[in-house]
Design a protein around this ligand. Structure first.
Ligand SMILES: *Cc1c(COP(=O)(O)O)cnc(C)c1O
Length: 444
């Protein structure tokens, strides 16, 4: 049950109407729109632990977690205190600060990178990573996987997963043929296609960019050995491996998606992209790698990159407090909460007779309807699912006070603040949602 608290000052519908009058579609990121699930986007006023509260005073168990950053839950006291302290000292200086070094040190202690450059968004991180790869190799082509999302820069919007898939756009208007022509898109989990592309274009390929675990077409597990193969084939051809951990970084595991594969298998990518968790809810992202590669960036090297608010002290404080607090107990709790949700989801769907498959990687998972036979190995599989079952499933949970991503092509996000009470609330709401999914027809 959604908890009605204080009297509403404004309804979600009125808030959405007002927003649409001044903001395209009423949202500042298309993934927040309710286009594929119907109804009115909820306007949140505050958050606490595992909960969000909207303008009408409704409470929701938050399974979006700001699309990943809120690993500790909302308003964690350590993070709030660190941010308050930073704010009191000054919002932005446009100079170097100790906070940047401190956060970079934490990152280099967690994953094998020697240098980190901070930027403000994941889009900037991946965009810069491409420029860096091209600058280092002197080559122009980039290989990406269909269904992987790497932010919204021109060359990376081809077959870019969730946001684009939910909006049913074929990529994006405004991206020139020239920009698109330097991106080669191949199917995820297909070593054969990569071999073919490298055989044809190998000497012009600057980099392969991949999500450490694809999470923007729903979660797609890398087949055993697939990431190690990416490492091997890029090295064999003198290309770089760009490892996008913007979503998975310090969330899928203590060492992100790399912690699930590379750490055990003993390999490291060349350029890493971080975001989401490293900002703890503030606009911060970054890229990292060996000193040798990263020193190609200005001011040491010829690859230019800059940012007025890069390494902003308030954002650094939030990120540092989040990562510093994210010890083994945090990942244990996130895993336990995630496992409980996944188990409850499977049980509810099986009871209701909804054909589905669950994809998971570490603490992240997602559901795809009508896919039990093949599972989901790539974007084509993800798109072939029974998407029509998601809207009624989502709406049922929403009306019970559970806020899921408004798209079936997204992972479910939990935090260490998702305690037994919050999880229990979702588990109680799942059977009705599963029945709504079961009753859905393609015409709905
Ligand atoms: C969110 C995301 C990005 C883009 O980050 P923004 O901060 O939204 O620009 C890039 N790559 C992946 C894998 C993401 O999930």
């Amino acid at each position: 049950m959604s908890t009605q608290s204080t009297a509403a000052s404004i309804t979600n519908t009125a808030a959405f109407d007002a927003a649409q009058a001044v903001i395209p579609g009423g949202v500042d990121s298309p993934v927040r729109a309710f286009g594929s699930v119907g109804g009115t986007p909820r306007f949140m006023t505050r958050a606490d632990g595992p909960y969000l509260y909207d303008v009408e005073g409704n409470r929701y168990v938050d399974l979006v977690c700001s699309w990943g950053p809120m690993l500790l839950g909302h308003q964690h006291p350590d993070v709030v205190a660190a941010v308050h302290e930073a704010v009191d000292a000054g919002l932005s200086f446009g100079t170097s600060t100790l906070a940047e070094t401190a956060l970079a040190e934490l990152i280099t202690q967690r994953v094998p990178v020697e240098r980190v450059r901070f930027v403000s968004t994941g889009t900037e991180a991946t965009m810069t990573a491409l420029r860096l790869a091209r600058g280092v190799t002197g080559r122009n082509l980039i290989v990406k996987f269909a269904g992987c999302y790497h932010g919204h820069s021109d060359g990376l919007l081809a077959a870019a997963g969730s946001g684009v898939a939910t909006q049913a756009l074929p990529g994006s208007a405004g991206v020139t043929a020239a920009a698109a022509s330097e991106t080669i898109v191949v199917d995820y989990n297909s070593p054969e296609q990569l071999e073919q592309v490298f055989a044809e274009h190998g000497e012009n390929i600057a980099a392969v960019i991949t999500e450490a675990v694809p999470c923007n077409m729903g979660v797609v597990e890398p087949a055993a050995g697939f990431n190690a193969f990416l490492r091997e084939i890029t090295r064999r051809h003198g290309s770089l491996l760009i490892w996008d951990e913007v979503l998975t970084g310090f969330r899928a595991s203590d060492a992100g998606g790399w912690g699930l594969t590379g750490r055990e298998e003993g390999w490291t990518p060349d350029v890493w992209c971080f975001g989401k968790v490293i900002g703890g809810g503030m606009p911060t992202a970054g890229l990292g790698g060996s000193a040798e590669i990263m020193n190609h960036l200005a001011p040491l090297g010829p690859v230019y990159q800059a940012g007025t608010l890069s390494g902003n002290p308030v954002a650094m404080a939030a990120g540092h407090a989040t990562l510093a607090r994210a010890d083994a107990s945090v990942y244990e709790r996130v895993q336990t909460a995630s496992d409980a949700l996944r188990t409850g989801l499977v049980e509810a769907l099986e009871t209701a007779g909804v054909d589905h498959s669950i994809q998971r990687a570490g603490t992240l998972f997602s559901v795809a309807f009508g896919t039990s036979e093949r599972g989901v190995r790539n974007y084509a599989d993800a798109q072939a699912q029974e998407t029509f079952r998601y809207a009624p499933f989502f709406q049922s949970l929403l009306s019970s006070g559970v806020y899921l991503p408004p798209s079936v092509f997204e992972a479910w996000f939990v935090s260490a603040a998702h305690d037994d009470a919050a999880i229990e609330h979702v588990l109680e709401a799942l059977p009705a949602a599963a029945r709504a999914a079961a009753a859905a027809t393609p015409e709905d």
